[in-house]
Structures are given as C-alpha cells and as structure tokens.
Design a protein around this ligand. Structure first.
Ligand SMILES: *Cc1c(COP(=O)(O)O)cnc(C)c1O
Length: 370
C-alpha cells in the first residue's frame, strides 16, 4: 500500500466541473487583478473569522510582512515569536526591518509558551507574533493580557489554522490582525500561491490595502513604501469554489485525527506521544504530529514501506544559519530543539481512508517491535 502525505486529486475530481466554469469566467472577463472574485473571498473569509476586513495578498509570507508593516513595525523594533515554525514567520519579521526575539514552546501544544513571553520583553518590543501551529491556536488569553499590559500588537500567523477556535473565538478576533496562507497544501489551498490578512482594525486594514499595491494612494502617488503582493482573480475564484467545503473538511480532518489517536494508543501505548487538543480549543489538524523515539529511523522504515511522513520542522529558527547574527546557540530554547528531534507528521487530508490509517499505524507498531 502507498500512503502519501497529502493527495489533492480526489478533491479536484469532485470540484472539477465547477472549477472549469469559474476559470472560464475569469478568463472570459479579462479581469485578472483585484476584481469581484477577490472581493467576494475577502468578504467571506473576514465574516468567517468574525472580523470586519479581509485583504487578499500574494502569499502567506507577505501577509505577515504586510500586517507587521501596517502595524508600524520596522527597523529598531523587536517582535516576539516562536522558534518552532516555518521559516516565513521569522523571515517576515526581518523583511519588515525588525528583529525576531524567540521564546520557547509549550511541549504539549508545540506553540509559544505564554509564561516565557514577559521576560523577553524590552523597551524595543513592538509586537507578539504567535503561530497557531499544526491547526491549533496558541494560548491566546495570557498573550492578549501581556500585549495589553505592555501596549503591544498581536499578529497571529494562522497559515495552518483557518477555522480553528479558542474559547469560542476565531482566528483574528483576539489579535490585532491574523494572516492566512492559501498555499496548495494548506487546509484551504489555492492552485498556486495566495494569502490574506484579516483584522477588525479599520486603519490597519486600509494600510494593508495600500501596501499591497506599491503603497499607491491615490493611484500613482506613493506616501509609503509598498510592493506588489496581490491575490489574483484566478486563485480567488478557485478558493471561492473550495471555501464552502472548508468546515466539512475540517471535520473530516478531526475524524482522521481521532482515528489515528485511537489506533496509536491501542497498538503502541506509551511509545508515541499523540497530539493533544487542549480544552476549549477547536483543532483543525492541518498536521497530525506525534513525538517518537528514533524518529529518523522510523521515518526511513515507513518510507521503505510506502508511507510518506514529514518533519515540521527539523531546525528551529533560532539555529538557522541565516539568523546566526542574532546570537542564539544550541541549548538556548531546549523545548523547541527537543521537538525538532522528536516530531513527525503523518499523512493527513480529508480524503484519507481508514485502511490507509490502519496500515500506517501497523507499520509504526512493526518498527517498534523490532
Ligand atoms: C505556509 C506557512 C507560511 C507561509 O505561507 P506561504 O503562503 O507559503 O508564503 C507562514 N507561516 C506558517 C506557519 C506556514 O505554515
């Protein structure tokens, strides 16, 4: 049996007729940039996040960069974030001209540990950038409290967490702004790159809209330095077809996750650590990530047996060569470093079959019996 990490073909076959219709519509209209399809998606995704504004942009990395810039983060500022995330989180902070300050993670959720944030705050701190990793939101209440106390912005990197909830609140409701990615492998994926910023803040929303068109307002007059980062009509039209299915897909992911957890606990007991959905959270399982001993050997064994797995992420940001000049060394953020050695993500997508899940878990059990 072969089990891929992700297989988008079944989803496409189901939506194919609708996709071809909307793509023909876009191409026939000759309107490719910032038209009605983008507007509709912005409105729908903002409403879904229970906030006023959605601003489509080129990708999820730019969404973070634009949101930071719109919040006034720039040279001389520090932004507190997690080291255990995709590179783009840290990259966006540096591209905005600011300095990332990494705070270690909670080993249970893999998200930033709020108890360690306050000691990292200096007079230069301007924002906190929590990442809702794997589809579960960071522990937002203490983060909001700290941000209020110190007058900081919160930009939520929700690239992996569209649809997630925390104590009844949506992504984007508790922070100053939140950012989504529509990279094809994300829970709501385009057929190319795409991203969006959502916010309740009128002023920040307006600044984001200006920054994504070269800082142009009115057209051809530039008061701020922006760049070209727009969601295009083709991608928005595709996403408008997919968006009504998002909740159903999240539910299917959650079902697959409980099947994995059930099978793993039954067949492996304490050998692997299964993911925890913290009370009050709605986890959308962008990834199903476990902690295991002998991770690299397990991964190689599964690969030989046709099971794809991925390590998100093998090297925390504070140890990335490009961030060397920030001055971190091994041992500085032990929980993130430990997670980078133990975490492995199993195949996860709404169309994953239970027989495939059974096979994956059987193979994991076989590896540890040897
Ligand atoms: C995917 C991802 C991004 C970047 O999104 P792109 O659309 O690929 O630019 C940022 N942060 C996290 C946590 C991600 O998973």
């Amino acid at each position: 049996m072969k089990v891929p990490m992700l297989d988008l073909s079944e989803q496409y076959q189901r939506l194919r007729a609708e996709m071809l219709t909307v793509l023909d519509e876009v191409m026939s209209s000759s309107r490719f940039i910032l038209g009605d399809h983008v507007k509709k998606l912005e409105t729908d995704v903002a409403a879904y996040s229970n906030v006023k504004h959605g601003i489509g942009c080129g990708n999820g990395s730019d969404a973070i960069h634009i949101a930071l810039q719109a919040a006034g983060v720039g040279p001389g500022d520090e932004v507190i974030t997690t080291p255990f995330t995709f590179f783009a989180t840290g990259g966006a902070i540096v591209r905005a001209g600011a300095k990332p300050v990494f705070v270690d993670i909670d080993p249970v959720t893999f998200n930033i540990d709020p108890a360690k944030i306050e000691e990292a705050i200096t007079e230069k701190t301007k924002a906190i950038l929590p990442v809702h990793l794997y589809g579960q939101m960071a522990d937002m209440d203490p983060i909001v409290e700290i941000a209020k106390k110190h007058g900081l912005f919160i930009i939520e990197d929700a690239a992996q967490a569209i649809g997630a909830k925390y104590k009844g609140k949506n992504v984007g409701e508790l922070g100053t702004a939140a950012t989504y990615s529509f990279f094809p492998t994300k829970n709501l994926g385009a057929y190319g790159d795409g991203g969006m910023i959502v916010t309740n803040d009128d002023e920040i929303a307006e600044k984001c809209r200006v920054i994504r068109v070269h800082g142009s307002k009115p057209k051809y007059y530039h008061h701020v330095l922006g760049y070209n980062s727009r969601l295009d009509e083709m991608q928005a039209a595709i996403l408008n077809v997919k968006f009504p299915h998002l909740n159903e897909w999240s539910e299917l992911r959650r079902e697959r996750a409980s099947t994995y957890t059930h099978l793993l606990n039954e067949m492996l007991g304490d050998v692997v650590v299964t993911p925890v959905e913290v009370e009050g959270h709605y986890h959308v399982f962008h990834q199903y990530t476990i902690r295991v001993p002998k991770r690299d050997e397990l991964q190689a064994f599964l690969k030989e047996n046709g099971v794809a797995t991925m390590v998100y992420y093998p090297l925390p940001l504070h140890l990335q060569p490009v961030f060397q000049e920030l001055g971190y060394k091994e041992g500085d953020l032990p929980e993130a470093e430990k997670a980078a050695k133990e975490a492995v993500s199993l195949p996860m997508f709404p169309e994953l079959k239970v027989e495939q899940q059974q096979y994956v878990v059987e193979k994991i059990a076989e590896f540890y019996k040897k």
